[in-house]
Design a binder for this molecule. Structure first.
Ligand SMILES: Nc1ncnc2c1ncn2[C@@H]1O[C@H](COP(=O)(O)OP(=O)(O)OP(=O)(O)O)[C@@H](O)[C@H]1O
Ligand SMILES: [Mg+2]
Length: 585
């Protein structure tokens, strides 16, 4: 059996028990109720016999009728209760796995996210966890109740005739060996089927996340083919698993028939030699017959477990991706009176992965508290990477980064991030309302502050124009907003955090000249009380900056004011002349 297949050192059945442990009482109660239901079922024929006896002897049948009614009612009520409790427990196990997994995925480190497909991770939370439902009820309960009945029956058989028991067990061991070959195949096929569901999730996410691009590129057919291939692969593997599951069930059935015939033959011979009575043989054959159902139950449990353990190992893989330490509660945002932050990079070397070239080859610069620092340089120079390192999305390979003179390693992550407002280069907006988006970084912002920030980011006119105002839904990734509006929403969101360090990555690149000039004034205003870092794309922003850091190919070439750099740095002079868009002053 593939129980030996382990993830992170723990075999899947132990992981399953970990998920089930918090609900063990409910599970045991459900299983006990099922057993009791079975027992009341067994009593029914006895009471019925009594009733017929009473009828035959002209006795009153009220008592027997009442007992019969009580048994029937108890049987159905307990049966329903038992199955409800088992299903409920199974759902709770699924809930537990989903909660654990979703909390964990939110804490994933960015490099882990870079390496994974969000659609596949989504499939692990939605589809794989669902498979735990069946494994909890069918495998655990089936193994429990079936196992107990099996052992009890085998003991009874041993008491009746040990020789015939030996014969039966020999047949069962043969069947067990065949099952040992079949069962790992079920596991492998299930695993592949779930992996294919993951691939499908990833393709779906890719396509639906960029449906406009797919349509504009006329790539529907190719993307459709990829989706269908993944769906067909899942089908193929599930069918394979079904084939082996059927074979397993059949093997168990065949084994019981064989046991029956063998016991009949050997038992017949023993009766002929006078070793046992005919009655003993009949009783033993009855037990072989009784063995059928628990064996089917146990084999069902084992095959069902294969699907569950495949899902469990996929869940466990996700839980082994590198994650950030869990913060007990969100860090408070800086108070309005908080001092702005200072920042320093010292000889920072960084690459995104061990097999990728270095992006920073020893970056060094200093940013004092307050004021505006502009980062300029050709595309791919490593400007956005500077911001990612400040947010600690990644850790540098060597060198140090300090905020307020304290190494980033010594900061509690949530405290570090709560000091920062970051407007990313592509100004992402989340699906939901405008209001949700603005308050994403500071859920406590009051209406007055929101109104003020809307005004400074010049979103107030937009909000007024929209029939639903701030409650307007912005669509997936904010597609219902224009590019410039998205940028202003992202800036407003960052400002509402009252950051001590504001990072703006080409945050105004899509604004028209009038809006951009207004936003520039806002940023200049903020820079009087906060440390502002901007990746600049316009000459007007650069000329206004207190200092400019010129980056090229992962190095800082020069630091200075516009005037100093135009005179002293040829690359900067060229950038100033060609790359920066001149703006209406
Ligand atoms: N997540 C990532 N994984 C691997 N490589 C990356 C990743 N992000 C960026 N890079 C690479 O790192 C280099 C620097 O990227 P970065 O985004 O810092 O450049 P930039 O200076 O911001 O450029 P631009 O002006 O075009 O925004 C690029 O060569 C890019 O391909
Ligand atoms: Mg960039």
């Amino acid at each position: 059996m593939t129980i030996a297949e382990t993830v992170g050192g723990r075999p899947p059945w132990r992981l399953l028990l970990d998920y089930v442990r918090p609900h063990r009482r409910a599970l045991l109660a459900g299983a006990a109720l099922s057993l009791v239901t079975g027992a009341t079922g067994l009593l029914l024929p006895l009471v019925a016999r009594g009733l017929i006896d009473d009828l035959g002897h002209d006795r009153a049948i009220t008592g027997a009728l009442l007992a019969l009614t009580a048994l029937v009612v108890a049987n159905s009520v307990l049966g329903a209760l038992g199955s409800y409790m088992l299903q409920r427990t199974a759902e709770s196990v699924v809930l537990g796995a989903r909660r654990t997994l979703s909390s964990y995925l939110l804490r994933l480190r960015i490099p882990a996210v870079d390496r994974s497909e969000p659609g596949d991770l989504m499939a692990r939370i939605t589809s794989d966890t669902t498979l735990l439902r069946a494994v909890t009820t069918e495998s655990l309960v089936g193994l429990g109740t079936g196992g107990v009945t099996l052992v009890a029956t085998v003991v009874m058989m041993g008491l009746v005739d040990p020789v015939l028991l030996g014969v039966t067990l020999a047949v069962i061991v043969c069947a067990g060996t065949v099952l040992g070959v079949i069962v790992p195949r079920i596991n492998r096929a299930s695993r592949r089927a779930q992996d294919a569901v993951g691939v499908m999730g990833a393709s779906l996410e890719r396509v639906l996340g960029a449906l406009r691009t797919v349509k504009a590129s006329g790539a529907e057919h190719r993307e459709e083919a990829a989706l269908h291939t993944a769906a067909e692969e899942s089908w193929r593997q599930s069918v394979r698993a079904a084939k082996w599951t059927a074979a397993a069930g059949n093997t168990a059935g065949l084994a019981m028939q064989t046991a029956f015939i063998t016991v009949l033959a050997v038992g017949g011979a023993r009766v002929a030699t006078g070793a046992i009575e005919v009655g003993t043989l009949v009783a033993f054959l009855l037990y072989v017959f009784y063995l059928m159902s628990p064996i089917q139950e146990v084999v069902g449990a084992v095959t069902q477990y294969q699907t569950g353990s495949a899902a469990l190992s996929r869940i466990q893989e996700a839980l082994h991706l590198p994650a950030e330490p869990a913060a007990s509660r969100p860090a408070p945002l800086p108070s309005p009176a908080a001092e702005p932050a200072s920042l320093a990079f010292t000889d920072v070397r960084f690459r995104y992965a061990d097999d990728l070239p270095y992006v920073h080859h020893g970056v060094t610069f200093d940013v004092p508290a307050r004021g505006m620092t502009a980062f300029v340089g050709p595309s791919g120079a490593g400007k956005t990477t500077v911001f990612s390192l400040i947010e600690r999305f990644y850790d540098p390979e060597s060198g140090t980064i300090t905020v307020d003179g304290r190494d980033l390693d010594d900061w509690e992550l949530s405290h570090l991030r709560s000091a920062i407002g970051y407007v990313e280069q592509d100004a992402p907006v989340l699906s939901g309302s405008l209001h949700d988006n603005l308050l994403l970084g500071n859920a406590e912002a009051d209406d007055d502050t929101v109104r003020r920030v809307l005004k400074t980011t010049r979103l107030d006119a937009l909000v007024e124009r929209l029939p639903q105002g701030l409650d307007t839904l912005v669509g997936h990734r904010g597609t219902k907003l224009s590019g410039g509006e998205r940028q202003r929403v992202a800036i407003a969101r960052a400002l509402l955090r009252r950051p001590r360090l504001l990072l703006l990555d080409e945050a105004t690149s899509q604004l028209d000249a009038v809006n951009e000039a207004a936003l520039r004034d806002t940023v200049a205003d903020v820079a009087r009380t906060t440390t502002v870092l901007v990746v600049a794309h316009r000459l007007s922003t650069v000329t206004m900056a207190d200092r400019i850091v010129v980056m090229d190919a992962g190095r800082v070439r020069a630091v200075g004011t516009h005037r100093q750099l135009v005179a002293g740095d040829p690359l900067y002079a060229e950038l100033a002349a060609t790359q920066f868009l001149s703006t209406v002053e």
